[in-house]
Design a protein around this ligand. Structure first.
Ligand SMILES: NC(=O)c1ccc[n+]([C@@H]2O[C@H](COP(=O)([O-])OP(=O)(O)OC[C@H]3O[C@@H](n4cnc5c(N)ncnc54)[C@H](O)[C@@H]3O)[C@@H](O)[C@H]2O)c1
Ligand SMILES: [Zn+2]
Length: 366
């Protein structure tokens, strides 16, 4: 495996009409970008000490722009926090023509992006992604928003940032749990893309993540997202492929009262989508096993003790809202997924029953 420190390539993705910069340290590109776009009026950041240190470094290098830190986390991804950020921006005198820079993980990109979309009916926003989820998923594609008591991401809007910056060095301080959240989404992207990204993950999976060549993995995962989003900004069609495993994942999260983290639920959802594809004669057992092996090597779960009835009930909650039919994204092959697949409840139930046990060939290893 290449030594990560020698890996200083800068990648730039312009598929969505705004640049996404990916480098081991993208600060020079950020500062150069700010010289042409105009300096931000304020920097909003997650109050996490590592994220705050990144924000303060950028502020020092750009004539002492004020840094406004906010305690975030999923429980604070709420309208009440948006109001606090709006108040702080108004108090700092942020004007209609201003640019605001936000720094943090997926909660920060969702919440600050949304706040800037509504502040004075919308001001320019750029994001520095500091978590793996934000780099490969949340900061890209223009979905912003917050949670309501009734569920996740229920209030928000589509609003593109003017640029996104990913410095892979930031991943060094990220917790193993937060990193695993991102890995699950990268596996999802690899199943959609097939080919190089999937092969690369299989090669890397036995190695410690600290030594992964992120400058190969992250741009490849971002490419899958930008290609799916580019032609379908508002998710009326093919963008839905990005929801692979997510009908199951969201139901598992809800049925567990959110004690199963999203990334783990996505891993379970990827296995369930594979099982659904096998039962409907779409997928090969060999490819299904390749996916399961990859998930297991990455320390992601394949089995849940949640009752099938509880997961089905959570899915039906969703179903009512979408005109009575459950739809799934299922793999036909690694590199070929189908969306909008309707399945009979009994097939879904059989899959969920199977999810209570580990796959046959995996029992001996655990
Ligand atoms: N808009 C979208 O398309 C989209 C897509 C995927 C996920 N999301 C959202 O993203 C959120 C999850 O993102 P997340 O996993 O980044 O959560 P997060 O932003 O809460 O970050 C996870 C944890 O890591 C900390 N952290 C962030 N960067 C760090 C760093 N460099 N070093 C040390 N600690 C750091 C944070 O303070 C937090 O404790 C969810 O709210 C989800 O809904 C949105
Ligand atoms: Zn997801």
């Amino acid at each position: 495996m290449a030594n990560r420190k020698e890996h200083r390539i800068l990648e730039r993705n312009d598929d969505l009409g705004y640049p996404i910069f990916i480098a081991q340290d993208a600060r020079d590109e950020l500062l150069a970008f700010l010289r042409t776009s105009g300096l931000p009026s304020v920097i909003l950041c997650d109050a996490n000490r590592h994220v705050r240190a990144i924000a303060e470094g950028i502020a020092r290098a750009s004539r002492g722009i004020p840094v406004l830190p906010f305690a975030l986390g999923e429980s604070r991804k709420r309208l009440s926090t948006v109001e606090r950020v709006l108040d702080a921006m108004a108090a700092a005198g942020v004007e209609r023509g201003a640019l605001v820079l936000g720094i943090g993980g997926g909660v920060a990109s969702d919440l600050f992006g949304f706040t800037c979309a509504v502040y004075m009916r919308g001001i320019r926003y750029a994001h520095v992604a500091t978590s793996l989820v934000a780099m490969v998923d949340a900061a890209i594609g223009g979905k912003t928003g917050v949670d309501l008591r009734q569920g996740k991401n229920l209030a928000g809007c589509f609003r593109d940032p003017i640029a996104v910056f990913c410095s892979t060095d930031a991943l060094e301080t990220l917790s193993a749990a937060a990193l695993r959240e991102g890995l699950a989404e990268i596996v999802k992207a690899a199943i959609i893309e097939g080919g190089d990204l999937f092969d690369l993950l299989e090669e890397l999976a036995p190695h410690p993540v600290a030594r992964w060549p992120w400058l190969e993995v992250i741009p490849a995962a971002i490419k899958v997202k930008t290609m799916a989003v580019a032609d379908d900004r508002l998710e009326t069609g093919a963008r839905a492929t990005l929801n692979l495993g997510h009908t199951f994942a969201h139901a598992i999260e809800r049925a567990s009262n959110y004690s199963v983290a999203h990334g783990k639920a996505v891993a379970l959802g990827l296995r369930a989508a594979g099982l659904l594809a096998l039962r409907t004669d779409r997928f090969s057992r060999d490819e299904h096993l390749r996916v399961l092996t990859l998930l297991a090597l990455l320390g992601l779960p394949l089995q849940t003790s949640l009752a099938p009835n509880a997961i089905l009930a959570a899915m039906r909650g969703d179903k009512k809202k979408r005109g009575g039919r459950l739809r799934f994204v299922v793999p036909r092959a690694i590199g070929d997924v189908e969306y909008g697949v309707e399945c009979a409840d009994r097939t879904v139930r059989a899959v969920l029953e199977r999810m209570q046990q580990l796959p046959e060939n995996f029992r001996a290893r655990r």
